[in-house]
Design a protein around this ligand. Structure first.
Ligand SMILES: Nc1ncnc2c1ncn2[C@@H]1O[C@H](COP(=O)(O)OP(=O)(O)OP(=O)(O)O)[C@@H](O)[C@H]1O
Length: 576
């Protein structure tokens, strides 16, 4: 046991203000039991310290962490740490990864960076650092990832050539000048949000061939250009007018719709029953013991649960105190017959991991679908509940059960109708907990009758669905992979960083995993459970297979079920 290092950590935790409890005790084994602590093989010193999101605040107490001289990985990301960059960190000469992102540090960056010549990952993003980057950065010859994004850094970006560097992010600072040549190989997004002038190099025109000397343009050519430009401008104006007109129309329609939503189901009533055909079209499926008719449904008080891609979803409280969910579809593109056929297929599916469709209604003006109401809300609301909402974060066990359940539900769907059925809209807001608290998936088959896949989004759609506007079973596998990443990272697919900028979850996880700082990816909520890292890594590997770029790379859903079910078994045995 690294007694000296333990004392240092206890000294640190005593001095740093924090509001989350931490299980460090002198008489317990630090190397096996202390949160965030990893020791070397001999258990003689601490080599990694990962303390994300423990609500540390204030400056790092001097002469504490800096005495862990064998430390290689230090993560204090997502805390409320403030004050200057701790100058005594220069003693941590063995550091390979330093994560101080998402804190409130301020003041200049260290002047002499050469003390950390083993550093591979440096992430100081989302802080309030000022001043410029010291040219000594070029001495970090092992650096692979550098993120200084979202600070207030200024001055010119030094021209540093580090051949090992793979990822750089200097966006959203106050840098001036131009992007140095040595960094020209990185995407422009790495430098966005600064005061940088465009590189003169990138503006250069293609060289003229030597035979054709640059000559003055003839008058007719000038006239031609002028006329051409005017036509272009007029064309653009016309286009703008059309777009403006369409937008206003869409807005009006939206306004009308919102208006109707606010009035609840009463509007539905007047429109749908206009033809006087009563409850004729409300079609119930076998096995549903719901006893209501269209009249009851329209009389029920309705509350808008939300607006999704396919329309508005209401909770309708029926008189017998049962509540159902009514989904009012917009943009149904198929004929009545096709719609009914699809509903018959969907309605016939009965599986404990698929939310059953109880009934549907079709008229010219209205298309409704009726489901059971889940009063706990969706997995999305459980994962991303606002702080102070009184909801407990989902523990690891629950997340595993959600993953297994949804995987089984999708597999069942994929084996129906001769193996041709696709879900088409797998996401956490369509995932609920069944009575055994396993995951179950809703909204099966809606994608086939309404909005084309390309119009949806939210970060779950496989790349091929964007281009081909078609959905395949392999696209469901991709969306399921994104759902797994969401369960692991606790981040919503469209919004995957500590700041406000939108980063695609899959891309973000790829960049993190490539650099082998895997532990940085997991939801900080999960880091408090002991001995689950192997299981999380296993789930991460499955997720990465599912989000393979091309559909052929991805495993079939039936395989995925086995893999996900095995997480517990293999995870446990590898711990034993
Ligand atoms: N059966 C249900 N029980 C409880 N809440 C539900 C039910 N069905 C949907 N919801 C919730 O109602 C809200 C609106 O759902 P809706 O399906 O319209 O939108 P969405 O899931 O965000 O997007 P999409 O239309 O792409 O599925 C969501 O928060 C969803 O979780």
């Amino acid at each position: 046991e690294p007694t000296e290092d333990k004392k240092i950590l206890l000294d640190f935790i005593q001095k740093i203000p924090h509001s989350s409890a931490i299980n460090w005790r002198m008489n317990s084994l630090a190397c096996s039991n202390w949160t965030g602590v990893t020791c070397d093989h001999q258990r003689s010193s601490i080599i990694a310290l990962r303390l994300p999101a423990l609500s540390f605040h204030g400056p790092i107490p001097p002469n504490t962490l800096s005495r862990l001289s064998n430390l290689q990985i230090l993560s204090l990301r997502s805390n409320g740490l403030s004050g200057p960059f701790p100058s005594d960190f220069s003693n941590l000469k063995n550091l390979t990864s330093l994560h101080l992102q998402c804190n409130n540090f301020s003041g200049p960056l260290p002047l002499n960076l050469s003390v950390w010549d083993n550093l591979s990952v440096l992430n100081l993003s989302h802080n309030g650092f000022t001043g410029s980057i010291s040219p000594s950065i070029s001495s970090l010859t092992h650096l692979t990832v550098l993120s200084l994004a979202n600070n207030s850094l200024s001055g010119e970006i030094p021209d540093f050539r580090i051949s090992s560097l793979q990822i750089i992010d200097l966006s959203n600072n106050l840098f001036t000048g131009t992007v140095p040549r040595s960094l020209g190989r990185f995407p422009s997004s790495a430098f966005l949000g600064n005061n940088l002038a465009p590189n003169s190099g990138s503006l250069s025109l293609p060289a003229l061939s030597p035979q054709k000397k640059p000559s003055k343009l003839s008058e007719s050519a000038v006239l031609g250009i002028v006329i051409g430009c005017s036509v272009l401008v007029l064309g653009l104006l016309a286009l703008l007018l059309v777009v403006w007109h369409l937008k206003t129309e869409a807005k009006n329609q939206d306004l009308q719709r919102t208006d109707k939503n606010q009035k609840g189901m009463e509007n539905l009533r007047s429109r749908s029953l206009g033809n006087g055909n009563g409850n004729g079209n409300l079609v119930f499926f076998e096995g549903s013991n719901l006893a209501f008719n269209l009249e009851d449904l329209f009389r029920a008080s309705a509350e808008v649960l939300g607006k999704g891609t396919f329309g508005t979803t209401y909770k309708a409280a029926l008189e017998d105190s049962n509540a159902v969910v009514v989904k009012r579809l917009k943009d149904v593109y198929v004929t009545k017959r096709e719609f009914e056929q699809q509903m018959e297929v969907v309605g016939s599916i009965r599986h404990e991991n698929v939310v059953p469709l109880r009934a549907y209604y079709y008229s010219k003006d209205e298309k409704l679908m009726v489901y059971d109401y889940f009063n706990e809300g969706s997995v999305s609301s459980m994962l991303h509940a606002k702080i102070g909402n009184n909801t407990k974060p989902l523990d690891w066990e629950s997340r595993l059960k959600i993953a297994v359940g949804v995987a089984k539900g999708i597999t069942h769907i994929h084996t129906q109708s001769g193996g041709k059925l696709v879900h088409g809209n797998i996401k956490s807001s369509n995932t609920f907990l069944n009575r055994h608290r396993n995951g179950c998936i809703s909204e099966m088959g809606l994608a086939a009758v309404t909005t084309p896949a390309a119009v949806r989004g939210g970060g779950y759609q496989a790349p091929e669905t964007m281009a081909a506007k078609k959905i395949y079973q392999a696209s469901d596998v991709y969306s399921f992979g994104v759902l797994l990443l969401e369960l692991l990272t606790g981040k919503s697919p469209a919004n995957a960083t500590c700041g406000n900028e939108v980063v695609h979850l899959v891309r973000w996880v790829h960049s993190v995993v490539q650099e082998e700082w895997t532990a940085e990816v997991f939801d900080v909520e999960l880091l408090k459970y002991p001995n689950i890292e192997e299981e999380m890594v296993e789930m991460l590997q499955i997720a990465m297979q599912c989000v393979g770029k091309s559909p052929e790379q991805r495993p079939k859903m039936a395989e995925v079920v086995k893999l996900v079910e095995n997480i517990r078994i293999t995870g446990v045995s590898s711990l034993a």
